[in-house]
Design a protein around this ligand. Structure first.
Ligand code: FNR
Ligand code: 8K6
Length: 347
């Protein structure tokens, strides 16, 4: 099968053109230094992958209470900004582009990391224990007040400005995978009875406030968003979520984001209430540039772009296993198979 579709450049807007359609998906690696500072090894790791049309950084926490996993990087201290400068310099020196993924995990944070209670739309605990830290159970989060929400929006803005100061080409707001922004967008986790709950318009309000405030700060052309219409992690899907995303995506159509990115592990998953795969649902509703993900191979990525099912193909696990993924695909070389043990090392 011809893979040429992957190597067509794409213009996102008049500020950003990508040389190919292959993007590196955001991949949490838990390898930052104490103080959540990016390391030289991380700069090398991203630098090795600069042939991607665009790299999206591992999710990066916007403030202390956003943390739910050990040793993830942050973007709220001077040391963190300085650390990220090494990463962006290396990627740019190698001819690549990189967006930072801005992260707050909401109720799947833990006070173990920051000493602060987790916050969420509603005070509903996520059942279970933290991955790799099995002795820690999730805590009941504090429901955010309207004032807290204003502060949070400002913290996203500060983080986005910090990312630009660190040399990133743009930011991807992490609105996916059951984390804070996603918790507002689903009925399972949003039981608010104020202007942030109960209706599609209210439930979309926080996400849109973050999108608009970050866009105003760094430019919509350098702002992207990741979303998960069909909840599959940390949240139970509810058929009523459909109306929320119908409304939310229509609002996004009125903004000119760099791209919209699906957040999912496996896009072959079908959701009755979405009428099929998450990617089909997004393509049917979103009119801008759509980045798909979730079990894509070079063949399925090229076929999807060729058929118009999506515009960009994000590659996660295969990019961990193959730092030279783009070159291998271009040269028709075999790919190394991903294994979870590969997460132990930053190659
Ligand atoms: C992820 N994923 C992920 N998603 C995200 O939005 N932010 C993140 O920081 C991470 N971190 C992360 C770490 C690891 C180890 C894995 C395997 C996955 C999800 C990722 O971006 C992608 O959606 C999935 O991996 C599915 O794509 P692949 O791997 O099938 O190409
Ligand atoms: C199930 C969906 C959630 C999204 C995932 C992001 C978090 C993944 C955490 C991966 C952690 C990698 C840690 C590497 C440590 C090496 C130990 C062998």
């Amino acid at each position: 099968m011809a893979l040429t579709a992957l190597f067509q450049p794409i213009t996102l807007n008049d500020e950003l053109t990508l040389p190919n359609r292959i993007t590196m998906a955001p991949l949490t690696r838990c390898m930052a230094d104490p103080g959540l500072v990016p390391t030289e090894q991380m700069a090398e790791y991203y630098g090795r992958r600069a042939e991607a049309g665009l790299i999206i950084s591992e999710a990066t926490i916007i403030r202390a209470d956003a943390q739910g996993y050990p040793d993830v990087p942050g973007i709220f201290t001077t040391e963190q900004i300085e650390g990220w400068k090494k990463v962006t310099a290396k990627v740019h020196a190698n001819g690549g582009k990189i967006f930072m993924q801005l992260w707050h995990v909401g109720r799947v944070a833990h006070s173990y990391f920051s000493g602060l209670p987790p916050v969420a739309p509603s005070a509903i605990r996520h059942e279970g224990t933290l991955p790799r830290m099995r002795d820690l159970s999730y805590e009941t989060p504090k429901a955010l007040t309207s004032d807290d929400i204003q502060v949070l929006v400002n913290d996203y803005v500060t983080a986005a400005k910090n990312a630009m100061a660190a040399g990133f080409d743009g930011v991807e707001i992490h609105g996916a995978n059951g984390y804070l922004i996603d918790q507002f967008l689903h009925y399972d986790t949003n039981k608010r009875d104020d202007e942030y709950g109960q209706t599609p318009e209210n439930m979309s309000r926080f996400a849109l406030a973050v999108v608009d405030a970050v866009s105003a700060a760094v430019g919509a052309k350098r702002t992207a968003l990741r979303i998960t219409p069909g909840a599959y992690a940390h949240i139970q899907p509810d058929p009523r979520d459909r109306e929320v995303f119908d409304y939310f995506i229509e609002q996004l159509n009125q903004r000119e984001l760099a791209y919209l990115h699906l957040g999912i592990f496996d896009d072959s998953l079908e959701f009755d209430f979405l009428g099929g795969r998450s990617s089909q649902y997004i393509r049917e509703h979103y009119r801008g540039t759509f980045m798909n993900v979730g079990g894509l191979t070079p063949d399925t990525a090229a076929a999807g772009i060729e058929s118009g099912a999506f515009d960009l193909a994000a590659i996660g696990r295969l990019f961990i296993a193959n730092p030279d993924f783009v070159k291998r695909v271009q040269d028709n070389q075999p790919l190394v198979t991903y294994k979870p043990e590969m997460l132990a090392e930053l190659v």
